[in-house]
Write a protein that binds this ligand. Structure first.
Ligand code: ZN
Ligand code: ZN
Length: 184
């Protein structure tokens, strides 16, 4: 009896983990593709204008950080809600309630983390700057602001590597030194 319970609990944990991992990866892939194909191409319309003409204008060249985040008026969040709603609707059709809740929770957290990281890459003295992994991601994002044809992913940088748009920090050491933040 105990053996059966453990088996069903293990399967449930596995399915929850699989659903959460898939939901987050869908979010980070979606962000990377939206950024690359809509944020940097005229076909993106308003999304393109918000991103390139406001976000990239605020932060360009060596000016990549500010005291306060300067992007509030360029809100592209509603555009991301369209595919997110689509994925959640599909989940509603095929997933049992517990996995649907896992999917909804993970996508909400992932969405927020993307917004939060994007913001804190550009805020001088962010508390996240104490972590080496964050500073590395920040440098990769700064390279995106410098060249605009690389490092489109905000959270999962491996998507750029898989899509052929990854530009490493070490390959661009000169840039890294120029845009590096003072240590906190
Ligand atoms: Zn940025
Ligand atoms: Zn961009």
């Amino acid at each position: 009896m105990t053996g059966i319970w453990w088996t069903s609990a293990s399967i449930e944990i596995f399915l929850c983990s699989l659903t959460a991992a898939t939901a987050h990866l869908l979010m980070s892939l979606g962000q990377t593709l939206f950024h690359r194909y809509l944020g940097h191409r005229g076909i993106g319309g308003r999304f393109f204008e918000n991103h390139l003409h406001i976000h990239h204008r605020h932060y360009s060249g060596d000016h990549v950080v500010s005291e306060n985040y300067l992007n509030e008026e360029a809100n592209n969040t509603p555009f991301f809600l369209i595919p997110v709603t689509l994925v959640i609707s599909l989940g509603y059709l095929v997933l049992p309630l517990d996995l649907l809740i896992v999917q909804l929770t993970t996508m909400s957290i992932s969405f927020y983390v993307h917004l939060y990281f994007d913001k804190h890459y550009h805020v001088a003295g962010s508390w996240l700057g104490r972590f080496a992994w964050f500073r590395r991601k920040q440098q990769l994002h700064f390279l995106h602001h410098r060249y605009a044809d690389c490092n489109f992913a905000v959270v999962d940088n491996f998507w750029d590597w898989l899509l052929g748009s990854y530009r490493g920090i070490d390959a661009d050491r000169e840039t890294r030194i120029k845009v590096s933040l003072p240590r906190i």
